[in-house]
Design a protein. Structure first.
Ligand SMILES: Cc1cc2nc3c(=O)[nH]c(=O)nc-3n(C[C@H](O)[C@H](O)[C@H](O)COP(=O)(O)O)c2cc1C
Length: 176
């Protein structure tokens, strides 16, 4: 598959078939995500990976809206986070208006790599922003110095999903 094929094959999947995802596959995803650039190569992104059926059931209750139903049958939930106030900071003070936002930026970049690698491996994913960070922190003992970002569900799709339309280039680009 070309990079273009991979990007088009990746879709947010909201119905999973209950098959497992191996530890080796999950390590491959994270290793690939580590190839993303990060601010001063600080690599502050972290991954808390749940695969046991009992803990998956508990972790799914920390998701909001209809996300618990959408994640039935996933093989893993990856709670992504980053060590806060490190990137974009010098001696604890923000370098510019981005502040802790640069940590979000680095985590998003890494997570994009992870999603694309998953698509290449024929694993399906759903990025989940509607979740309770505090419930996940308590359940998984995530340290207080980490800002919790998206949860990424990983598994195998029941059926293909439609590609939601993208905006026209003229709406998002200014050539100067
Ligand atoms: C930061 C972020 C948070 C998201 N949160 C949710 C969510 O809580 N539940 C959900 O079903 N989809 C969620 N999505 C998935 C988006 O709805 C989806 O990416 C978008 O509709 C485009 O579809 P596609 O991923 O198939 O291209 C989220 C995506 C991102 C990037």
């Amino acid at each position: 598959m070309t990079l273009n094929d991979i990007a088009l094959h990746r879709r947010s999947i909201r119905k999973y078939n209950g098959t497992s995802v191996s530890r080796e596959e999950l390590e491959t995803l994270v290793r690939f995500a580590q190839e993303a650039p990060s601010w001063k190569n600080q690599q502050t992104s972290r991954y808390h990976i749940v695969t046991s059926p009992a803990l998956l059931a508990q972790a799914r209750t920390c998701l909001g809206g209809s996300n618990p139903q959408k994640t039935e049958g996933v093989g893993a939930l990856i709670v992504t986070s980053f060590k806060h106030n490190i990137v974009g900071h010098t001696h604890g003070e923000p370098d510019n208006e981005g502040g802790n936002g640069w940590g979000w930026y680095d985590l998003g970049l890494q997570n994009a790599y992870l999603l694309l690698k998953a698509a290449e491996m024929d694993l399906d994913t759903l990025v989940i922003g509607i979740r309770s960070a505090e419930q996940l922190r308590s359940l998984l003992a995530i340290p207080e110095d980490e800002t919790i970002g998206a949860v990424i569900a990983v598994g195998h799709r029941v059926e293909d999903a439609q590609r939601p339309p993208r905006k026209e280039l003229s709406e998002i680009v200014q050539f100067i």
